[in-house]
Design a protein around this ligand. Structure first.
Ligand code: 7RM
Length: 660
């Protein structure tokens, strides 16, 4: 127990203490390993020995108008990949598959929340993308102009994204759940010329307006000249004469072919905004060749996709996960995918499992937050459907608690499917740390190993590698093709945010430890690390200890200012569906954490709550929980998925606390 060793007696300051041990291991099933896309472990050495050669070989699987002159030009922190090369992303995602005779293969099985369905083959998708590309050109969009996309998860969303890539217009997708104000900020920062939107979208059976938010946002976004509006809900909208056009009027009458732009490798492909905690949102900039290569390769190797797979990434396309692993990676690989508009529990918590059974989904990629929600609803919903088509499961977005991993493995994967826990960020473009499912022995809660060619490390405050088992800061030491090329309009912020803490190394802002096998365990954002009596504790392990009690569905811990200990651990806990919460249960849970990982980690306070504040991608907003725990005014709430949640928690917190 680390608790008994005073921090000062160690050779150096411990960056983050690691307390939770997890020793279950899951080697790849033999039958899976025997058919896997990657079967030779030498791929790791090969990529490490010749990074540029490794990526050049992969790049040869893409379609180029003109080959590159040089694989990598690296002037830290600025990388250029495949300079001199010319290609088009939509051609790689669509035309080349159709040309190869795969036009009748399904690109997307789309399912709307109300239950309406559409099937788009690669040939269909190409025709739609060309029509939309022609329509955008008619609206005056040219190479280099930014287009904002603010849509529900309907086929028109990936169509609009791909149409932008066809004409060389960088897109910026803004979550349909964001407010008019958040949209306006992004329109202004990117100086978008056109917005593609819909009248509205369905959320839990009710139409919610999108166009109305665009109208409000445009009052303060003068760069926008035209708005293209798809009809989804049929709700009333106001169309501004000369500015707003219906998709059905403009796109439908276009030709089904469209000349693709020959883009340079380093031309901007898209911007995607991530919310800085305090400052203005950062427009993360991705370019054409390296990004496409990174997502296609990781998708093929980490998800082991084959031509007959039915792959479902159940994320929103407005999150980077949707960009990389619903749209660009899968389509570049000619994969058949599922696209679902709605929430997992509409009209009931069996909805996802019904979809898996209907389409015979073989690969499912989702987030721990969704898995924990299903745990809360109970396994009977999954049990009621035939999930035997599944052969691989994936996780992304947060550290997955071992308990959630095991539940996913047992109740969804039928104990036969490898789980790939994939660590990456908007900034990395694609997966960076994850198993290769035919090779890697997995461990519940570990993202395992850096992808071939990725050089990672765990370092202390001074940038020195820490010993195995000790917590520290994750860093990346080599450039990779899908890496961000900058923050739009702010090269200094790019250098200072990611490259200045440890010179020459990329700092993603996450804590991690590496075990004696060399496997990585992510420990959450370093901004969330708590300091209790001089011990630096990660949120992840304490939350996992709480979730390991079978009565707990989800937990979030934060530090609250404390006179005695500097910070004290405050735990917000969601109990499982049928559990009666009480002060006694709170005490038991505090004790449970102390027993699992040590007295220093025992929460001072446990508060039961029906919900937690999350972003649209399901990340817990601990910053807001810190404000609630300390009874301070709330900071920026614009990226909150459901604004009512914080009020509910705050009221409960003020009404009384299960304090010790
Ligand atoms: C893909 C995505 C990035 C942050 C990242 C981490 C956290 C994501 C995992 C994870 C532990 C994982 N992009 N994160 N995946 N932590 N294990 N498998 O989420 O830009 O929205 O967020 O998410 O903190 O830095 S993101």
């Amino acid at each position: 127990m680390t608790d008994s060793i005073p921090a000062q007696s160690r050779a150096h300051e411990i960056a983050i203490e690691s307390l939770l041990a997890e020793d279950r291991t899951f080697p790849p099933p033999a039958a899976f390993a025997a058919q896997a896309n990657v079967q030779d472990p030498a791929i790791y050495e090969r990529a490490a020995a010749d990074l540029e050669g490794f990526w050049a070989e992969e790049a040869a699987t893409l379609d180029w108008f003109k080959p590159w002159d040089r694989v990598l030009d690296w002037e830290p922190p600025f990388a250029k990949w495949f300079e001199g090369g010319q290609l088009n992303v939509s051609v790689n995602c669509l035309d080349r598959h159709v040309a190869a005779g795969k036009g009748e293969r399904v690109a997307f099985y789309w399912e709307g929340e109300p239950g309406d369905r559409r099937v788009l083959t690669y040939a269909d998708l190409l025709a739609e993308v060309c029509r939309c590309a022609n329509a955008l050109r008619e609206l005056g969009v040219g190479r280099g102009d930014r287009v904002a996309i603010y849509m529900p998860m309907i086929p028109e969303m990936p169509i609009a994204m791909l149409a932008c890539t066809r004409i060389g217009a960088p897109h910026t997708v803004v979550f349909g759940g964001f407010s008019a104000e958040a949209l306006s900020d992004r329109l202004n920062d990117s100086a978008a010329k056109v917005v593609v939107t819909a009248d509205g979208g369905f959320r839990r059976g009710k139409p919610s307006g999108l166009k109305v938010n665009v109208d409000a946002a445009l009052a303060t976004a003068p760069s926008v000249e035209k708005v293209l509006v798809a009809r989804r809900t049929g709700q009333d909208v106001t169309m501004a004469e000369g500015r707003d056009v219906w998709w059905d009027d403009l796109v439908a009458r276009q030709a089904a072919t469209s000349e693709p732009e020959r883009m340079e490798s380093e031309d901007m492909l898209y911007l995607l905004y991530t919310s800085g905690t305090t400052a203005k949102p950062k427009g993360i900039l991705h370019t054409t060749a390296g990004y496409l290569l990174g997502v296609a390769t990781t998708h093929r190797y980490v998800f082991d996709v084959k031509p007959d797979d039915v792959y479902w990434c159940a994320a929103d396309a407005g999150w980077v996960t949707g960009h990389s692993y619903i749209v660009y990676g899968p389509l570049a690989n000619g994969t058949t995918g599922v696209l679902y508009e709605g929430t997992p529990d509409f009209p009931d918590p069996g909805r996802w499992w019904e979809i898996v059974a209907r389409y015979g989904v073989t690969i499912l990629y989702t987030a721990p937050t969704a898995i924990r929600a299903h745990m809360k609803w109970g396994p009977r919903h999954a049990d009621a459907h035939d999930l035997s088509s599944l052969r691989l499961l994936g996780s992304v977005g947060e550290p997955i608690n071992p308990e959630a991993w095991i539940w996913y493995h047992r109740h969804i994967g039928g104990e036969r499917c490898p789980i790939v826990d994939t660590w990456w960020q908007t900034e990395t473009g694609g997966i960076m740390i994850a198993p290769l499912p035919g090779l890697t022995t997995t461990k519940p809660g570990s993202a395992t190993r850096p992808f071939p060619g990725v050089e990672a490390d765990v370092v202390d405050e001074r940038g020195e590698p820490v010993p195995p088992g000790e917590g520290g800061y994750l860093v990346l030491k080599k450039p990779w093709p899908a890496m961000l090329r900058g923050i739009y309009g702010d090269p200094e912020r790019y250098a200072s945010t990611y490259w200045s803490r440890y010179p020459g190394m990329y700092f993603p802002g996450d804590g991690a430890r590496r075990d004696t096998d060399g496997d990585y365990w992510l420990m959450g954002r370093v901004d969330d690390v708590m300091n209790v009596s001089g011990h630096r504790l990660s949120t992840t392990e304490i939350e996992s200890a709480l979730v390991s009690d079978e009565r707990v569905a989800e937990a979030a811990v934060v530090g609250r200012p404390d006179d005695l200990t500097g910070e004290a651990i405050f735990a917000f806990v969601i109990a499982k569906g049928d559990i009666e919460t009480s002060e006694a249960l709170g005490q038991e849970l505090r004790q449970h954490v102390a027993a699992r990982i040590g007295p220093i980690a025992r929460p001072k306070t446990v508060m039961f709550t029906p919900d937690l504040p999350k972003t649209r991608s399901g990340k817990i907003m601990r910053r807001l929980l810190r404000d609630i725990a300390a009874d301070r005014p709330l900071g920026d709430t614009t990226t909150l998925a459901d604004a009512a949640v914080v009020d509910t928690i705050r009221d409960a917190s003020r009404a009384g606390k299960d304090e010790e």
